[in-house]
Structures are given as structure tokens and as C-alpha cells.
Ligand binder design. Structure first.
Ligand SMILES: Cc1ncc(COP(=O)(O)O)c(C=O)c1O
Length: 395
């Protein structure tokens, strides 16, 4: 759209031109089904194998530990339910630990498992949105079968100390003679953070290509060899029996290319985004003395601004921004139609009156200073116009 100012890169990103280029042959002449036996099919199978090798190289794991699927939500569902049901079958226990600020793909998977007798511990976060490794270790018991904590939060951009949390859990598990698989939702992390699974110390990891300039409906599940796992999608046995169904070859090729680019360009991405993010955040905090930044400022994705304007209604602000040609978010995309305040902000003890007046603005290296300045110039009118009756009375 002409003149659109897009500030919702945590929601989705446009396809990188090099990713599109890599995908095109597999949408056109190289359309073979990788499971067939002739040359055209072998060409597709080779492309999937090369993509898998590339992703494995970037994650620092074996190619056999990487499977492709339809995105972050599927990867997370498969990881959590696949491990939980395998552990249940082996009578290893029924207790899962996660955090209160996870994406709904994690939280709703856990709630689903409650129907099958699982008990869930939701770890608290501090006012910065951080999970304490000691809390994670302290929640482990002799029935714990899985821990899932996100690498970076989609609303506030906070980067959790995953290596420390995983290590604390591992040590506690060892003390009580258990080995507890650790999953991390790294969907928001790929542009900015290393995804080396050994450095993170995790057993399962979920990625979603459309968050790192790849195609929508495509994702990755890393599953460490030896991790208990029960397939969640039965059929033709593709993806080493872990995810049946004819492979989306073009999307898989695009996912690998997008991850290569994202991981290669992490430093430049972070530098460009940080500068723009700080211009935006500092610009807001100077103009609105009562506005507050949510989430730790130091341990944060380079592209995330999350600010509360007390006494306002975020949906009203979003509508006004949209009318002015600015795409932003109120937190997680799925919260916007409902009045429900963000579970992430509530877990951080952000007062309700602030939580409902919160904007998430996420930039990319393609965002320009002029775009940020245009938003900053417009914001006073947007914020004042979106004051609730209580907000007007208080101001
Ligand atoms: C942290 C996080 N996890 C999971 C998902 C779901 O990913 P997908 O859109 O690929 O299903 C998202 C998407 O917003 C996310 O931000």
C-alpha cells in the first residue's frame, strides 16, 4: 500500500526478495512430490534435504533433528503435545512448567493437556517481564515431564535468560534423578538472536518463517535426538514419521533461505533496529511524561517498543493510526478485537487502566527516521482522541 507506515513487524514481515527468488522454481517447473521416485520428484526431495541441512547448520544440530511444518503454532502444538503424550504413555508423570507470558499457542496447548490429566505450573514474571531461573528450578517435581519457556516475548520483546533457565532446570532434574525435556518458542527470536540449540541448552525449539521475512504457513521444529515424542500428525510418514503430509517444498526452501539471511545479518539488523527503536521510544517518552515503557529495556529485542498511555483505549488509538496510514498493534494481534487486556501485561502487574491503553510498535531495518518522526508528530492527536471518559477526567 502506498504511503503505508508499517510498524507491526512482530506480527509478520514481508517476503525477502531473495527468499521469493529461491521459492519460485518450486512453485513453477520444479513442482514434484518429494515422495515420488522419478527425476522431478528427486529434485524436490533434494531441495528439502538441502533446506534441512542448512537449517540444521544454523541451529547447530543434526539434520535428522529438524522437521518442517506449517508455522509457529503447529510447531509449538507438536512439541508440547508430542512430548507430553509420549511421557504420559511411558508413565513418566503429568506435570508441565511454562510461563505466564507465553503465546497462546503454548498456553492453549497446555490448557488442552489439562483435559488429559496434566497439571500446569505457570511461572510468574517480574515487573520487567523476566522469568527467574530459580523459580523454574523450584517448580520442578518428580512428575515434571516438560518445561516450555519462550526465548523472546511477542508483545514486550523481552529476551528471557533461556540458557540459565534450562541449566537451572537440568540441575534440579538431575538432583531428583530425572531428565526433563525443555522446549522454547523462539518464533520472535530469529532476526536478532543466536539459535544454537546447544548453547541454549534446549531439546525442542519452534520457529515461524513469516517472522523472519520468509513465507507464511511455514515453520520449523527442532527435536533433540532421544527426546520422548509421540507423533501428532499421522499419515504418509514424511518428516521421519514426525509430521505426515506432502511437504510444502517451496515454503521449506524459502524458510531455509530466510533463516540463512536472518542469522547472517543479525548484527546489522540489531544495529539498525536499535537506533530506530530508541528514536521512537525516547520520542514517545519525552512527548508523554505519563507514558511508560513495558518490559526490560536492556534485555529486549532490538525492534520492539511497547508503551502504555494511561487513560486511553488502545483499539481507538489503532483505529486512528490506521486512518492515518499507520499499521501498529495493541499487543498480540489476536487481542485486538476483544476487550481483554494483555495477559502478558497483567502478569507483569501493569495496572488494568494502563494495560488497555498499550501500543506495540515494531520496526525493521527498512523503517525510516522520517516514518518514525511522522508517527511522533501524529501521536499527540491520536492519544488525546483516544482518551476514555475516566482518562479525560484524570488528565
Ligand atoms: C511468540 C510467538 N509464538 C508463536 C506464534 C505463532 O506463530 P504462527 O503465526 O506461525 O502460527 C507467534 C505469532 O505471532 C508468536 O509471536
Amino acid at each position: 500500500m502506498k504511503d503505508l507506515i508499517y510498524l507491526d513487524y512482530a506480527s509478520t514481515t514481508p517476503l525477502h526478495p531473495q527468499v521469493r527468488e529461491a521459492m519460485l522454481p518450486y512453485l513453477e517447473e520444479r513442482f514434484g512430490n518429494p515422495s515420488a521416485t522419478y527425476g522431478l520428484a528427486r529434485q524436490a526431495a533434494a531441495a528439502v534435504a538441502a533446506a534441512r541441512d542448512s537449517v540444521a547448520g544454523l541451529l547447530g544440530c543434526r539434520s535428522t533433528e529438524v522437521s518442517f511444518c506449517s508455522g509457529g503454532t503447529e510447531s509449538i502444538n507438536t512439541a508440547i503435545k508430542g512430548v507430553a503424550f509420549a511421557q504420559q504413555l511411558a508413565r513418566m508423570g503429568n506435570h508441565i512448567i511454562t510461563s505466564a507470558i507465553e503465546h497462546h499457542a503454548v498456553l492453549h496447548s497446555c490448557q488442552y493437556l489439562e483435559k488429559f490429566g496434566f497439571e500446569i505450573t505457570y511461572l510468574p514474571v517480574d515487573s520487567d517481564g523476566m522469568v527467574d531461573p530459580a523459580d523454574a528450578a523450584g517448580a520442578v517435581n518428580e512428575r515434571t515431564v516438560l518445561v516450555s519457556v519462550m526465548t523472546a516475548n511477542n508483545e514486550i520483546g523481552v529476551v528471557e535468560p533461556i540458557a540459565e533457565i534450562a541449566q537451572a532446570v537440568r540441575e534440579r532434574a538431575r538432583q531428583i534423578g530425572r531428565r526433563i525435556p525443555f522446549h522454547t518458542d523462539a518464533v520472535q527470536a530469529a532476526n536478532a538472536l543466536s539459535l544454537n540449540v546447544d548453547e541454549l541448552g534446549i531439546d525442542l525449539l519452534s520457529l515461524s518463517s513469516h517472522k523472519f521475512y520468509g513465507p507464511k504457513g511455514s515453520g520449523v521444529l527442532y527435536l533433540r535426538r532421544g527426546t520422548p515424542f509421540l507423533t501428532q500428525q499421522s499419515g504418509g510418514g514424511q518428516e521421519r514419521q514426525r509430521r505426515a503430509g506432502t511437504e510444502n517444498v517451496a515454503a521449506i526452501v524459502g524458510t531455509a533461505r530466510a533463516l540463512e539471511l536472518a542469522q547472517q545479518n543479525r548484527a546489522a539488523y540489531a544495529e539498525a533496529c536499535c537506533q530506530l527503536r530508541d528514536r521512537l521510544l525516547d520520542g514517545i517518552l519525552t512527548r508523554f511524561p505519563d507514558a511508560t515503557c513495558n518490559g526490560c529495556r536492556e534485555r529486549r529485542l532490538p525492534n520492539n517498543v511497547n508503551v502504555s498511555f494511561p487513560g486511553t483505549d488502545a483499539r481507538d488509538m489503532l483505529r486512528r493510526l490506521d486512518e492515518a496510514g499507520i499499521a501498529a498493534s495493541a499487543g498480540s494481534a489476536c487481542n485486538e478485537e476483544t476487550l481483554e487486556p494483555s495477559h502478558v501485561l497483567l502478569a507483569m502487574d501493569v495496572p488494568l487502566q494502563r494495560a488497555v491503553g498499550t501500543l506495540r510498535l515494531t520496526v525493521s531495518p527498512h523503517t525510516t527516521e522520517a516514518e518514525i518522526d511522522r508517527l511522533l508528530a501524529l501521536l499527540p492527536e491520536v492519544v488525546e482522541g483516544a482518551r476514555t471518559p475516566e482518562g479525560v477526567a484524570a488528565s
